[in-house]
Ligand binder design. Sequence first.
Ligand code: B12
Length: 503
Amino acid sequence: MAQKPQVIIFNPRSAEAKHRIPNSILQVGASIEGKFDYVFVDGNRESDPWTTIENHLKTGKFGYFGSTVMPGPQLAQAIPFTKKIRENFPEVVNIWGGYFASNQHTSVLNSGFVDYVVNGPGDRAFPALLEALEAGNSPEGIQNLIFKKDGKIITTHKEALLDQDTLPPFPYAKLNSFYSLDGYLAHTFLGKKTAGYHSSFGCPFTCSFCAVVPIYNARWKGKSANLIYQDVKYLKEKFGADAVEFHDNNFFVSERRTVEFAKLMLHEGMNWWGEARIDTMDKYSDESLTLIRESGCRMIFFGAESGNDEILKSMDKGGKQTGEQVRHFAERLRKFDIVPEYSFVLGTPAATPEEVMAQIDREIDFIKTIKEVNPDTEIIIYMYSPVPTEGSELYNKVLESGFRFPERLEDWLEPAWEKFDLRKNPLTPWLRPEMVDKIRDFETVLNAYYPTNSDIKLTSFQRKAMRSLSSWRYRGNIFKFPYELKVLQKFWLRYRQPEIEGF
Ligand code: B12
């Protein structure tokens, strides 16, 4: 029986991610465990990942190159490496998965060097695709796939989200044989050995600025509390993990699952963090919030987005979230000593430049009221960068403004686009430089007046110094040209930005 070709599963380098368990490739590996031999290549743990990939391919044993691709810095390796494979190893089949590949599949497949896109979860699609290709069968019957046939893009049916408890276990030992898993456990404000874990897919909501929506369309499925707990225990006992970051888009969807998990974690002495919705968690009972805190949940990331109900409506934030609820929930969480991490999306389109700027001013005032009711609230400011939520009010406004994504895949490597998804300067035609400057300058003054708790290396002297140096600006709303603060943040504090670097 001829040896089946082997598979390379690649995690391109992402900014500052060397200390992140690469759950994307881990779960992709799990999907073919025992069916195909495969190797992991993690660009975050290799100084020269191309040579590693090339040496594998030169053995002639590999027939498939699979890469996970998020927008942003990962493209800087994913695009040139996949192109080189097509040029130097034309018999190898190139398969991409992940958010960028799924949401930007047209430019990806029109590149001519990516053969298949796994659209959403690959747990079934990937092994089925490899089996079909090995058997010479058409992959048209396999769900969650996008590919070109006779020049036309074929998008197969979306698979219903799988029962997450039926998925194969994560091959931690296999990953550890390539890169010490210990090296993926970061020293963060949560703990000295913080593990990244992903326990659910999707989100029940359809916020039109979020890249999760085109892929999951308001569907959500989570692993049971006990199974999550078993994996967390394994990471603790086997690798000494003392904290967990849940990378789920929405970990706290189910109060029952969360409370069950918290009860299991009560005596583990581990801190944890996850992402949630304000209106969902505001329905949690005081008992549940107390228990969650006692179980080690120190901070929760919330998509606050805006203090303006009209803007929340135009973003299809849905549910019952209002500006008033965003404010009062920050106040409520203070009682439970859980730090709310509020992310805001500024710079959404409006009829006139004056209206865009007025909206930015309103959000700045709103963020300051949040800091008044709960000074510990961590504030993360994103600039709205469009994602293809076809048919949504927000995306229609984006298209009307003339905004278009690059058609050619390589154009995403252009300096302007490379930073596009970092949500720091999104090239959106209605956002003028003075608007971007205002938001950035406010962020600098805010981070000086209220330095982030997550920057564990900041001394209390540095915090006090920054606060007194910035108070006249913060109180007087004088944000222009805060160069003295920028210099200190860059060189004295080497200020940490969790939204880019993670914790
Ligand atoms: C962990 C993470 C990071 C880590 C990096 C992890 C890494 N890869 O090394 C860090 C903190 C560095 C990071 C940074 C950023 N991130 Co990030 N990140 C995530 C997060 C929270 C989890 C990803 C994950 O592990 N998921 C778990 C795995 C199991 O799920 P999965 O990736 O979807 O994989 C499944 C399928 O997609 C598919 N699949 C995926 N890859 C592949 C590959 C193959 C070959 C196959 C067959 C299948 C397949 O099968 C898998 C199993 O079913 C996601 C949100 C999320 N919950 O997914 C955001 C997310 C992907 N990040 C996002 C963004 C925007 C960024 C930043 C640009 C933010 C910023 N402002 O800087 C930076 C960019 C950094 C960079 N690119 O270098 C956005 C992308 C939005 C978009 N427009 O597409 C997301 C979706 C968050 C959000 N809700 O908006 N990120």
